[in-house]
Design a protein. Sequence first.
Length: 273
Amino acid sequence: MKPRIKNSLGLLLGWLGMISPCQSHISYVSRDLGSLDPLHPQVVVLSSQTVTSDFGWASGTDPNLGDSHKLRAFKFFLSNPGDLQIRVEGLSFIKGSLPISPLLRPAFSVYQGLAHEAPAALDHDSSVISALYNDTAYGVGNWQGSFRSLGDWKIGNDDGSSFSDLSSFTHVGHAADGSAANYGAAAGIFGDGNADGMVVRTLSLNSGFYSLFIGGAQYYDLLNTGGDATGSYGFSVTLTTIPEPSSSGLFVASAALALVLRRRFSSGRSSTP
Ligand SMILES: [Ca+2]
Ligand SMILES: [Ca+2]
């Protein structure tokens, strides 16, 4: 190959290498929901979010897993154990000058653990170590990606050389809009039974770091035939802490009850002849 052509090819490959990862790797940039304390009331909302298919979550419920590019990853930290309500709602909005249609059947899964974050290289399904792990765990080539909606999964970056380098996600809960009519027949799916474009569920969680993956709950088939893999679907996500009634609240309630009983007792005694 002539040096000039070789150099041009090298530049092109370098350029492709620079632009392709940002669209395909797992990232929490602009999607960090922050730190929440379930002992205190707190609400965090992220609107105008998009995902590039309507089937990403549902695809991860079947035996060949799902392509993690077809979901959005968020992260949050819980400073105490407690109850957290997660609500995802399909949302239409204007992005730049483009109209974004709503994600009609949203779903989410929550995992303990985080993906690699910068300055580390970011995780993706087609890294050598991800592919080796998936080939080993699920059969050579028998996977569309690394994402599992209903169980634990692992994924690695381009620097990973052994399975111990993989990021690990431990499934702690999930929920899907609608029913098996849209999300498919996999066993164990927690559906809300009402395909109205919104799904909400409260989970009891330990303290720690969590990843939240959101995607479409419209199942097609093992190859996603008929699904739109390149669209842009809008949604919002809301986290709400659900504190248990505090001991001070219980004290106030018991004191009020005692006062009412005392008054009833006093009035009953005074009316006795
Ligand atoms: Ca699949
Ligand atoms: Ca619903």
